[in-house]
Design a protein around this ligand. Structure first.
Ligand code: ADP
Ligand code: ZN
Length: 742
């Protein structure tokens, strides 16, 4: 009896095609197998989604090849793809594509080899000099190998000396070097040894949290996801580590998701040093891996060699089997949301996956998202709390500085570092303690406008003001990267009174250097962190107290531990508050609590100074008293009044086109058709220009749909988009549960 496979092709419409399974592969092909199949006169790659005894299709052809010994996709991942297609309204092959990393999809299981070069004999100084005159590249490569004193990866050698393959071949032919090819496991963290770390004794609170998690570990099918709400430094990570250890001891595997930004060596090291000495391998999956590294890590997981995975949002698709626990650290973090199609939310997928496995799901945060918190209140999730900082340290003191009072007295209102903040920095410097200054805007000046006619000078491609980067003397767009010489006169009225204003991190750095000439100051934002190692170097220098004041953007807000920091200054708490987004208050609250968490982790008491023009804002006031519950009550009540999430789901539809008319027309048509296609309980907004009305030369119009049930929304939207046959040059993006409506 022949058997058939239903295959979804990587590059095609969501249709499933039937193929016959050759008898010899009966046992090798199952749902999740990657296969090569004939399509007209070509061969293409696809994923088997199911296997059947019969087919109703005519002229069924044979599968040509199977790409792996066993299916690359696990049964749960196959189910997850279906769920994604349904919930996010995407094609199933798009979901499959996002689950299986490209490095794996295309290379299959073939181990990747790496070439090494090594000196084949001694090369004296004279010989090297002679070589250098004739062939400087070759000489550089030899010199580099002499310094390396051992084999060096060819890729590294090339990066350091510019020696191309041909150069190395010539050297090999001349007998100066040897090139070997080895199958290697690329270790994304280098190959450092881990010092075994004995687990500390748990505090009573931690112990009872672990007790609360245990039933879910033992019988996950019968338990809900658990929110572990614990203030920064309360020892949540330690609780994760213990829960994971129990899962591993029970013979299962564990998955830890962390926001991309906190995937620092510190985090990985903490997990590895706990488990590696016990012979339990930790795999790391995040977006900064090379294709080769990702391929290797993925297969180590798939082959069951690594039983713990730690990674950023995409790691929710780690091919672990026999999963016992998924931890989502900082579950409120927006970096869990994928920003291109399918725009999934890794936390939400983790919860869904946990139910499918089934396995325990632990959502940790100092400031849980209101979605998760509301689920706790409704009893859909469990709630455990850690209320003390484990080291006995008290939470930092919060001081709010009202910047309005300062501008009233007129004279020094351009001084964006208040005397209070300046004084606090001064006293830290005197005591040899460290300060972090936080501002969520890069550049020197952030707004360019004409004083005569009021014209704001925007990026030619995007509807945002250009920011001045003084060191480079460039006006830059922070969205598309456009850079130009700063204009000397207004493009509209040609008045030379055009001026920059606003404050960016570069300006804060300059001001601080001027105020405290003896202090050691560094800045950390994406302008200064362009080199791969700069991030680690700066953090390292800060940790070893070679820097007194660190100025930075949200890069420094999260997950970093610096015992020497006793002061955090927030230059302006207002920038996030005034975004046209219903989550602006929540974001600000989260940010303040996060940033404050960087202060006073050592022996000394911490202090947070927040500068603002809206000191009475609830986000500030609740953050000031470290009152998450109060904030949540207040904010949820407001969300309820407006019918905002978590009391509804939003789908954001953005139409993009190269003219405003085209984008507007598409959005308007979509809005009209959609309102008549959905039940009356669904709200469909009229189309409107997006808050970011233009990005990279494309005009953007939006429609917001809001309802209780996502699937009703996504289904209707899909059908409407299909039915109205938009012109090819109009793009429509559908974002289910968007994190920002910009
Ligand atoms: P969180 O994840 O909540 O921010 P961590 O787990 O990182 O907190 O804990 C903060 C600090 O306290 C870390 O340096 C950690 O090593 C330490 N710590 C946590 N729990 C304990 C414990 N039970 N005994 C000793 N030190 C602990
Ligand atoms: Zn731009």
């Amino acid at each position: 009896m022949p058997r058939f496979a239903q295959v979804i092709l990587d590059r095609s419409t969501g249709k499933e095609l039937d193929y016959e399974i050759p008898e010899s592969w009966e046992n090798r092909i199952a749902a999740g197998s990657r296969v090569r199949v004939p399509l007209r006169n070509r061969q293409v790659i696809g994923t088997v989604v199911s296997v059947s005894e019969t087919t109703s299709a005519k002229g069924v052809r044979l599968i040509a090849a199977v790409m792996d010994e066993r299916p690359q996709m696990t049964p749960v991942l196959m189910k997850l793809a279906k769920w994604m297609a349904d919930y996010y309204g995407c094609d199933e092959q798009d979901a499959l594509r996002c689950i299986l990393p490209r490095a794996v999809r295309e290379a299959g299981h073939a181990p990747l080899k790496r070439k090494f070069a090594v000196l084949a004999r001694e090369v004296g100084a004279e010989e090297l000099e002679a070589l250098g005159r004739k062939a400087p590249r070759q000489a550089a490569a030899v010199e580099c190998l002499q310094k390396a004193d051992g084999p060096l990866a060819v890729a590294k050698l090339a990066a350091q000396t510019g020696a191309a393959d041909a150069t190395l071949k010539t050297l090999e032919r001349r007998g100066l070097i040897a090139i070997t090819s080895e199958e290697v496991r690329r270790a994304p963290r280098g190959s450092e040894e881990f010092v075994p770390a004995e687990p500390p004794e748990l505090s009573a609170e931690q112990e009872s949290a672990l007790q609360g998690i245990r039933p879910a570990l033992r019988d996950p099918g019968a338990h809900k996801p658990i929110v572990l709400k614990g203030i920064t430094g309360s020892g949540k990570t330690e609780v994760y580590l213990r829960a994971i250890a129990e899962v591993i001891d029970a013979g299962k595997t564990a998955l830890v998701l962390v926001p991309e930004i906190s995937l620092t060596p510190q985090t990985v090291e903490r997990f590895s040093s706990r488990f590696a000495p016990r012979g339990i391998d930790v795999a790391v999956l995040h977006s900064h891996l090379s294709e080769g590294e990702r391929h290797d890590e993925w297969h180590r997981v798939r082959d069951g060699k690594a039983r713990i995975v730690i990674g950023a949002r995409g790691a929710v698709f780690a091919p672990l089997e026999n999963l016992g626990l998924i931890v989502i650290d900082e579950e409120h973090d927006t970096s869990y949301k994928q920003d291109e199609g399918p725009r999934y939310h890794a936390r939400d997928l983790a919860v869904v996956r946990g139910k499918m496995e089934p396995c325990a799901v632990l959502l940790g945060s100092a400031t849980p998202s209101l979605e998760s918190f509301e689920n706790c209140r409704k009893g859909k999730y469990g709630l455990l709390e850690l209320t003390h900082r484990h080291d006995g340290c008290v939470l930092p003191v919060f001081r709010v500085v009202d910047m309005r009072l300062r501008s009233k007295d007129g004279e020094r209102n351009d001084q964006f570092i208040s005397p209070k903040l300046a004084g606090a920095i001064e006293s830290r410097l005197a005591k040899g303690e460290q300060t972090i200054l936080f501002l969520n805007r890069r550049g020197f000046f952030t707004v360019l406008a004409c004083k005569a006619c009021g014209k704001k000078v925007e990026c030619p491609n995007c509807s945002v003001s250009l920011a001045l980067h003084k060191k480079e003397d460039l006006a830059r767009c922070h969205i598309c990267g456009h850079a130009q010489k700063p204009p000397r006169k207004c493009p509209q009225c040609h008045d030379p009174q055009i001026a920059f204003s606003g404050v960016g991190t570069e300006k804060v750095e300059a001001a601080v250097r001027k105020m405290f000439p003896k202090a050691r100051v560094a800045r950390m934002d994406s302008d200064t962190m362009t080199r791969k190692d700069a991030y680690h170097e700066t953090l390292g220098a800060f940790r070893s107290r070679k820097i007194d004041i660190l100025v930075g953007t949200q890069m420094i807000a999260k997950g970093l531990h610096f015992p020497g920091v006793t002061l955090v200054g927030i230059i302006s708490a207002d920038s996030a508050l005034h975004l046209p987004d219903f989550r602006a208050g929540e974001r600000t609250f989260q940010l303040l609590v996060q940033v404050a968490g960087r202060a006073g982790r050592g022996d000394a008491e911490g202090e947070v100074i927040v500068q603002t023009f809206t000191p009475a804002h609830p986000s500030l006031q609740f953050a000031k008293s470290h009152d998450f519950d109060g904030f949540a009550d207040h904010e949820l009540e407001m969300r309820g009044n407006f019918g905002h999430p978590p009391y509804s789901h939003i789908v954001l539809i953005t139409a993009r086109a190269d003219t405003a008319q085209k984008a507007e027309f598409a959005a308007r048509t979509l809005a009209q058709k959609l309102s008549s296609a959905v039940p009356p309980s669904v709200m469909v907004s009229p189309s409107a220009p997006a808050p970011l009305a233009r990005v990279r030369g494309m005009y953007r119009y939006q429609v917001v749909a809001r309802g209780k049930q996502v699937r009703v929304l996504t289904k209707a939207i899909r059908e409407v988009i299909k039915a109205i046959k938009l012109p090819k040059d109009v793009h429509v993006a559908v974002d289910v549960d968007p994190m920002a409506v910009l």
